[in-house]
Design a protein around this ligand. Structure first.
Ligand code: HEM
Length: 298
């Protein structure tokens, strides 16, 4: 890419398959392009278009006014349910880490302390997001969470090569769906959409039967209440909820879980840092109590 930039300049385009792709080869070029509104467009061909049912819905793939209002409403509402607020987040993290720590303890007993770290944090992060979106985790939710977690991971693993080929030649996804990872990707989207729709309809029934008008316990409840009240039908409808649900889970789980895996790897590679962290925890919490955000001042 760099060699081509010497000949054609730091911004140039390449035709890959059916598609023209713009290549940016310097930080300056990226700043120039990404701060320009013309670059806000989305690629909604091939699998990306199938994911959003070829409609302007959700957050990560929508455009224009729809993107603006869906994104603004979603993140503002998530904040109401604790997203980014240290006290609430702390509570969610504590609950999720308790089951994680219990699992680590049991693995220390049963597997001589050997823990497969790959995908280890996904379920806990999914649980935190689920709690904020749905407002509860009941036993009936668990098979759905497990399916989303497993299929989400398979989606992430389905490979960039297949995606790259489909990106260049979108029609190939229908000819070699398995080889190019399309089957796995669509399986994840379909599962997420099925669960999202089920939650939406369940909440709609609940609201209709209880005539609840003001209490909001979750993003889902607030969304469906807006839907039943007939507010902005373009924003508040079942398909848009399905995509918001999918975008939030897809956007948060693997990214944050991978970050946690990197932290573990870093501590393994740098034992001196590991020891420093360990000593700091001992100093701040000598009696083994849970550490909290407020301890950061120490
Ligand atoms: C370490 C953690 C995270 C990393 C590295 C990360 C990274 C990113 C990146 C690079 C994008 C831009 C993708 C693109 O436009 O092509 C993005 C978008 C997005 N992320 Fe994250 N993210 C993280 C955590 C989260 C969390 C916790 C949430 C859920 C609340 C989330 C939800 C989203 C959504 C909904 C979008 C689409 C935004 C839009 O298009 O307007 N992400 N993220």
């Amino acid at each position: 890419m760099g060699i081509l930039a010497e000949k054609y300049g730091e911004i140039y385009s390449l035709k890959m398959g059916f598609k023209k792709t713009v290549i940016l080869t310097s930080m300056e070029a990226m700043k120039t392009i990404f701060t320009n509104e013309a670059a806000f467009g989305r690629d909604i061909t091939g699998m990306s278009g199938d994911r959003i049912l070829h409609k302007n819905i959700g957050i990560a793939s929508s455009t224009g006014k729809m993107w603006e209002k869906t994104r603004t409403w979603t993140f503002r509402t998530l904040k109401d349910f604790g997203f980014g607020k240290s006290l609430d987040m702390e509570c969610f993290i504590k609950t999720a880490s308790q089951s994680l720590f219990a699992d680590i303890d049991s693995k220390i007993e049963t597997q001589s302390g050997v823990i497969e770290i790959d995908r280890y944090f996904n379920a806990s992060i999914l649980a935190i997001m689920w709690k904020m979106i749905v407002g509860r985790i009941i036993p009936e939710d668990e098979p759905n969470m497990e399916a989303i977690s497993e299929k989400g991971h398979a989606f992430m693993r389905s490979g960039v090569l297949g995606m790259g080929i489909v990106n260049a030649y979108p029609f190939l996804r229908h000819i070699f769906p398995k080889t190019l990872g399309y089957t796995v990707q669509m399986d994840y989207f379909t599962t997420c959409n099925r669960v999202g729709k089920h939650l939406f309809l369940e909440m709609e029934n609940e609201l209709n039967s209880s005539q609840l008008t003001s209490h909001h316990n979750s993003l889902l409840e607030k969304f469906v209440q807006n839907y039943t009240a007939g507010n902005d039908p373009e924003l508040f409808n079942c398909e848009n909820f399905q995509l918001i649900f999918q975008d939030l889970l897809l956007g948060s789980t693997d990214t944050s879980a991978t970050f946690m895996e990197i932290v573990v790897l870093y501590l393994i590679v740098y034992p001196a840092v590991q020891e420093k962290v360990y000593q700091e925890i001992l100093r701040v919490s000598p009696n083994g109590r849970d550490i909290s955000y407020s301890d950061r001042k120490e």
